[in-house]
Design a protein around this ligand. Structure first.
Ligand SMILES: C[S@@+](CC[C@H](N)C(=O)[O-])C[C@H]1O[C@@H](n2cnc3c(N)ncnc32)[C@H](O)[C@@H]1O
Length: 357
């Protein structure tokens, strides 16, 4: 069967000739040919994709590829790479092909049941960590006798829940302490934080479970998995923070989306309705029932949605509604605090989270 990886026939042990003509299939040849193939298919980052796919086929790091450019590639690897390139040429995302995506510096398994975690969602994790830190430090606001509960609503791969648990509950290698929650917050949080990862999709929860177990192999893992429609499955439990990256692609955005998006689960993208905020609207309404007085709702929003999302939260009775920018300067996260009647607990004011305007 002809290989879709179009390389010159192998000339064992010879590598590239002095004029640059390919005499054998070296790492360098594979990279060049693969990138050309992906460029022709319209992939926006052909060189990077070629490196990741060849690295995956060989089981090597990208650094090793560049250290061994003249090494000949064996036929089995060539075939594996050819298969991967054929998939990528049809614009399947690289993360699905290699089955993994890094988030919060943690490798996470991904498959077709889950959204590929995006770098901008790390900002949601940062904001949630700051707010959890404040709640932990404002000890008077914490209900006695139960751990601080954080719900990751629409967990997908478990990206947000696993990253938060990694920071707040240690994990096998301990949190990276990327944010300084204050010694008191970190020390107490290791004992007291519980994550509840919720999704409607059984396939997504399987992936989230695998990622949670990878970080927390012990039986007393701090992440509970729950299949439910947003927070409806929590029963009578109250929670301290609901954090979410809900589906927010609007109908209009979907029409002009890159082909890669068609590989991601519909339930992870759609649900935003006409204005992109429909899922948040439903979730926020739900969250009011389970959030304890002084608890926070933290949500990622799409480009151009932040101001309307903040207004939405304020109109639903959330106080201190605010907008947080991502590293690209885009308003990316909204947060609002739920107050049940008389103010019974005062947490911090999160001054470091600057409103966008
Ligand atoms: C945009 S994805 C976010 C995934 C993950 N949190 C992340 O940031 O990578 C939204 C997730 O919400 C889930 N979802 C959609 N509607 C839901 C509902 N009504 N209840 C619970 N989960 C829902 C989808 O299955 C999907 O996994």
């Amino acid at each position: 069967m002809a290989s879709p990886l179009r390389v010159e026939p192998r000339a064992a042990g010879r590598g590239s000739g002095p004029d640059g003509v390919c005499l054998g299939t070296t790492v360098k040849d594979c990279l060049r040919t693969a990138a050309a193939q992906l460029r022709a298919a319209g992939c926006p980052t052909p060189e990077l994709d070629a490196e990741i796919l060849l690295g995956h086929a060989l089981g090597w790091s990208r650094a090793r590829l560049y250290a061994e450019l003249a090494t000949l590639v064996d036929p089995t690897t060539e075939t594996r790479l050819a298969t991967a390139l054929a998939r990528r040429a049809k614009r399947e995302p690289v993360a699905y092909i290699v089955g993994e995506k890094e988030f919060w510096s943690l490798p996470l398994a991904v498959d077709e049941h889950v959204l590929i975690p995006r770098p901008e969602t790390e900002r949601v994790v940062e904001v949630a960590l700051e707010l959890v830190g404040e709640l932990l430090c404002a000890a008077s606001g914490l209900p006695a006798g139960r751990p601080l509960r954080v719900v990751d609503a629409g967990t997908g791969s478990g990206a947000i829940a696993v990253a938060l648990a990694h920071e707040l509950c240690g994990g096998d290698r301990g949190g990276s302490a990327r944010l300084d929650l204050g010694q008191a917050g970190l020390v107490s949080s290791r004992r007291r934080v519980m994550l509840i990862a919720v999704d409607l999709s059984a396939g997504a929860l399987r992936v989230a479970g695998a990622n949670a177990r990878r970080r927390f192999p012990a039986p007393a893992a701090p992440i509970e998995l729950l299949r439910a429609d947003w927070t409806s499955g929590l029963g009578a439990r109250t929670v301290d923070v609901v954090v979410t990256n809900p589906p927010y692609v609007s109908d209009a955005e979907l029409a002009v989306a890159p082909p890669e998006l068609s590989y991601e689960p519909v339930a992870a993208l759609l649900g935003g309705g006409v204005d992109g905020l429909e899922a948040l609207r439903r979730l926020a309404a739900d969250a009011r029932r389970v959030l304890r007085d002084g608890g926070w709702l933290v949500s990622e929003v799409g480009s151009g949605q932040a101001a309307r999302a903040r207004t939405l939260l304020a109109a639903m009775g959330f106080t201190q509604a605010r907008v947080v920018r991502d590293l690209a300067g885009c308003d990316r996260v909204v947060a609002g605090r739920w107050r049940r009647g008389p103010l019974s607990c005062e947490g911090g004011t999160a001054e470091e989270i600057a409103p966008s305007s």
